[in-house]
Each structure stands twice: as C-alpha cells, then as structure tokens.
Design a protein around this ligand. Structure first.
Ligand code: ADP
Ligand code: 5GP
Length: 202
C-alpha cells in the first residue's frame, strides 16, 4: 500500500513571511504540491491564474461553495478563499505531499476534516517588524495594510492550538525549523507502513 501524502498546513498573519518560506520549501523539495485555492481577491502583479490561485468572481465562488466544492472556506480581509476538496483528497491519496497556505478559520475547519495534517503557525518577531515587512513587500495599498495589521492580533490568538510555532526572525533559522517539521512527518510509522514488516520478512 502506498503511503498517503503529508498535508502541511501553514498559517500566519499577512507579512510574516509565509510565502517566502513556502517558496524555499518547494525549491528544496520539488515533489511537494501546492494546494491552489480559489479566491475572489483580484490577482496581484505577477500572480498567475491556476498557479497562485484560481481567481473567481463572488457569484462563481458562491455557486461552487453551494455544491460542496471546498474542503474549507473562509472570508479573509474582505475576500472569499476556499480549498478545493476533490483535488486535495485525490493528490494526498496518490501519496503527494501537499502544502496548504490558509488562514486560521480555514485551518480550524481542516483540523476536523483532515486531522492527520500538521499545522504550523508562522509568527513575525514583533508587530513593528510585521508592519515594516507589509510595506516592504509593496503589494498592498495603505487601507489593505491597515486592515491586515488589525487582523494580525486576532489571528495570532489562534496560534496556540497549532502543532508547531515558528518565529520568522532570521530566515535561515525559521526555514530550518519548517523543514524539520516536514521531515519529522515523513518518519512517522504510518508513513512507512511496510518498513518493519518487509525487514522481518527477509
Ligand atoms: P506572507 O506570505 O506571510 O504575507 P511574504 O513572504 O510575502 O509574507 O513576506 C513579506 C515581506 O517580508 C517580503 O518582502 C519578504 O521578502 C520579507 N521577509 C520574509 N521573511 C523575512 C525575514 N526573515 N527577514 C526579513 N524580511 C523577510
Ligand atoms: P493573500 O490574499 O495575501 O494571498 O492571502 C490572505 C489570507 O488568505 C492568508 O492568510 C492566506 O493564508 C489565506 N488563504 C489563502 N488561501 C486560502 C484558502 O483556501 N482558505 C482559507 N481559509 N484561507 C486562505
């Protein structure tokens, strides 16, 4: 029997460095699949439909939601986001390790529907640095930055129930912690169902 893929669920307040860390993980472990979410948010410069997100208008999103298309969905910073259910399950069943970049509300739903997933929360070193990074990124207007900072404190309250907390101060240190969480996941007995059996049979 082939092992199921590992589901690594990452949440963080916007600007903490989650995208940067995910890119690094995908560069080191190219076999990872990224769970492409649907969103009603407008594409940012450089984002590609089908690669970064599936960009939908609100009516299209709501009609998919009514058809139970999503493993979880949430309204975040005024836009709807959701993880397609069938594609996700199929890939995990095929043994594909997957990264989910989702907010705390969606992660709480996945905790119920995908309980074997590993939940990682990425924290900024402090709130001032979070604000600095949001501005540095230069992708959001002032209103959006203020809304995201306002949401950050509420989101960080939820960090307590995650499996791992990673403070992204020094990027290399934070990345080492993230890859350690992933590698630890690959060592669980359930991930290697026939390892001992096969050894004893020889
Ligand atoms: P998120 O995906 O969590 O919103 P990003 O990965 O887009 O955050 O990072 C926000 C900004 O902070 C980017 O400009 C990124 O280059 C920068 N950044 C990420 N990690 C660090 C770090 N450890 N130290 C300094 N800057 C960082
Ligand atoms: P952004 O607009 O910056 O790409 O993402 C904003 C927030 O939405 C982030 O916290 C991100 O993790 C979250 N998000 C992205 N995709 C999904 C999803 O499919 N479901 C949920 N619940 N949140 C998502």
């Amino acid at each position: 029997m082939q092992r199921e893929g590992i589901a690594l669920v990452l949440s963080a307040p916007s600007g903490a460095g989650k995208t940067t860390l995910v890119k690094r993980l995908l560069a080191e472990f190219p076999h990872f699949s990224y769970s492409v979410s649907c969103t009603t948010r407008a594409p940012r410069q450089g984002e590609v439909n089908g690669r970064d997100y599936i960009f939908l208008d609100r009516a299209a999103f709501e009609s998919l939601r009514a058809e139970n298309h999503f493993a979880e969905w949430a309204e975040v910073h005024g836009n709807l986001y959701g993880t397609p259910l069938a594609a996700t399950r199929a890939m995990l069943r095929q043994g594909r390790d997957m990264i989910f970049d989702i907010d705390v509300q969606g992660a709480a739903q996945l905790k119920v529907t995908l309980e074997e997933a590993r939940f990682v929360f990425i924290l900024p070193p402090d709130m001032k640095e979070l604000e600095r990074r949001l501005r540095l990124r230069g992708l959001d207007d002032e209103d959006t930055i203020q809304r995201r900072l306002g949401n950050a404190r509420r989101e960080m309250q939820e960090a307590r129930w995650y499996d791992a907390l990673i403070v992204n101060d020094n990027l290399d240190v934070a990345y080492d912690a993230l890859r350690a969480v992933y590698l630890a996941g690959t060592l669980a007995p359930g991930r290697n169902p026939h390892l001992v059996e096969n050894m004893l049979a020889l």
